[in-house]
Design a protein around this ligand. Structure first.
Ligand SMILES: Cc1cc2nc3c(=O)[nH]c(=O)nc-3n(C[C@H](O)[C@H](O)[C@H](O)COP(=O)(O)OP(=O)(O)OC[C@H]3O[C@@H](n4cnc5c(N)ncnc54)[C@H](O)[C@@H]3O)c2cc1C
Length: 306
C-alpha cells in the first residue's frame, strides 16, 4: 500500500491529537479513525469521519415508536426489529466518510451506487501516480464456463507468467507515454486532462466517499456478496470489518437478515410448503426455469435434489 508522505503525516497528526467532544461516539470506530487499511496491491480504505452509533439508530427509532413501547425496549431487539421490517430511516442517522484508493475499473463499479457523496482526485488538475493494480497469481483466473460475469480456473505456469508480463509492460509503456506527452522539455506538452486518455483501467485513483449506514448496507449487500467481482469485494470486506466495529448491533442484524439471509419468491415459499408436506419436487414439477431452479437448489440443498 502506498500512502504519500503528506498523507502519512496527516494521519499521524490527526491520531496524535485527541479532542474532547460532547458528541456520541463509537469506541470501535474511534480506534479505526484515520488508519489506512490496505486493500489489493496499492489500495486502501481509511475512515476520515463518522456520525452516530448504535444508540443513534435507536434514538431516532424511538421518536417514531414513543418511549413507552415495551415490545421493542432493548437496543438490540429494536435494531433487529427495524432491520427485519425494512424500517430503514433510523439507519440513515449514521454517516461515514471514507478515503479510498482504488483501481479505476473498480471505481467504475463502485460509482454506480448513486446514494453517496463523492469527491475524486482530479487527473485534470494533478498528475496521476505510476501505480497499477496487478492481480496476485491466485486471482489470475480464466473466464468462467458457467457464468458469463465470472471467473473460472486459475491460470498457471507459462500462461500466467505471460499475462502478468503483458499487464506490467502495458502499464509501464502507457505511463511512459503519458509522461512523455505531459513533458515540458522544450515542448508545450499536452494538457493533463487529455494526456490521461491512454492510461489503462488498472491505474489507481482516489476519492472521498460519504454515505449513510442504510445505503452503505445496500452497497455491502451487493458488493460483499460472492457474485461481486473479487476486486470490489476486497474493499467491501474491509468496510464490513470497519462497520462491525462502528455499529456492532446494527452490523449483527445486517449480517443475519441481509448478508446471510435469503429472499424467497412466492413460488419458492409454495415449493417449501409442498416439500414439507412430503411431496417430491423436481425442476419439471416446480414451475421454475432451469436457472431459477439451479439457484433454488443451491440455497436449499439436498431436500430438493431428488
Ligand atoms: C453482481 C453485479 C453485477 C452487475 N452487473 C452490471 C452490468 O452488467 N451492467 C451494469 O450497467 N450494471 C451492473 N451492475 C450494477 C447494478 O445494476 C446497480 O447499478 C448497482 O449495483 C447499484 O445498485 P443500486 O442502483 O441499487 O444502488 P444505488 O445507486 O446506491 O441506489 C440505492 C437505491 O436507491 C434507489 N435509487 C437510487 N437512484 C435512483 C433513481 N434514479 N431512480 C430510482 N431509484 C433510485 C433504488 O431503490 C436503489 O436500489 C451490477 C451490480 C452487481 C452487484
Amino acid at each position: 500500500m502506498t500512502l504519500t508522505p503528506e498523507q502519512k503525516a496527516e494521519i499521524d497528526a490527526e491520531r496524535a491529537e485527541p479532542r474532547p467532544t460532547l458528541r456520541a461516539i463509537s469506541e470501535g470506530m474511534e480506534k479505526r479513525l484515520y488508519t489506512a487499511h490496505p486493500v489489493l496491491d496499492h489500495g486502501f480504505v481509511r475512515v476520515i469521519d463518522y456520525m452516530g452509533n448504535d444508540a443513534a439508530i435507536c434514538q431516532a427509532a424511538r421518536v417514531s415508536y414513543g418511549r413507552g413501547t415495551k415490545s421493542v425496549s432493548n437496543d438490540e431487539g429494536l435494531i433487529r426489529y427495524l432491520m427485519r421490517h425494512w424500517h430503514s430511516t433510523p439507519f440513515e442517522m449514521c454517516e461515514v466518510k471514507f478515503h479510498v484508493k482504488l483501481p479505476v475499473f473498480v471505481a467504475r463499479q463502485w460509482i454506480r451506487h448513486r446514494t453517496a457523496n463523492v469527491n475524486e482526485y482530479s487527473a485534470r488538475y494533478s498528475i496521476l501516480d505510476r501505480e497499477f493494480y496487478i492481480p496476485a497469481p491466485e486471482h489470475l483466473a480464466a473466464q468462467s464456463t458457467t457464468n458469463n460475469q465470472g471467473r473460472g480456473e486459475v491460470l498457471e505456469g507459462d500462461e500466467a507468467a505471460r499475462v502478468l508480463q503483458i499487464l506490467r509492460e502495458d502499464a509501464m509503456r502507457s505511463y511512459d507515454h503519458y509522461e512523455e506527452m505531459l513533458s515540458q522539455d522544450g515542448k508545450k506538452g499536452l494538457a493533463r486532462e487529455l494526456a490521461r486518455m491512454n492510461l489503462p483501467a488498472n491505474i489507481y485513483t482516489q476519492w472521498y466517499w460519504k454515505i449513510d449506514l442504510h445505503n452503505l448496507f445496500h452497497f455491502l449487500r451487493l458488493r460483499a456478496d460472492a457474485h461481486a467481482q473479487y476486486e470490489i469485494r476486497a474493499y467491501a470486506d474491509v468496510i464490513c470489518d470497519i462497520v462491525r466495529d462502528w455499529v456492532p448491533l446494527a452490523y449483527k442484524a445486517f449480517e443475519d437478515y441481509r448478508l446471510g439471509g435469503a429472499t424467497l419468491s412466492a413460488k419458492g415459499v409454495e415449493l417449501i410448503r409442498r416439500r414439507l408436506a412430503g411431496e417430491a419436487i423436481t425442476q419439471e414439477n416446480s414451475g421454475m426455469s432451469k436457472g431459477e431452479w439451479r439457484e433454488f437448489v443451491a440455497l436449499w440443498g439436498d431436500a430438493f435434489q431428488s
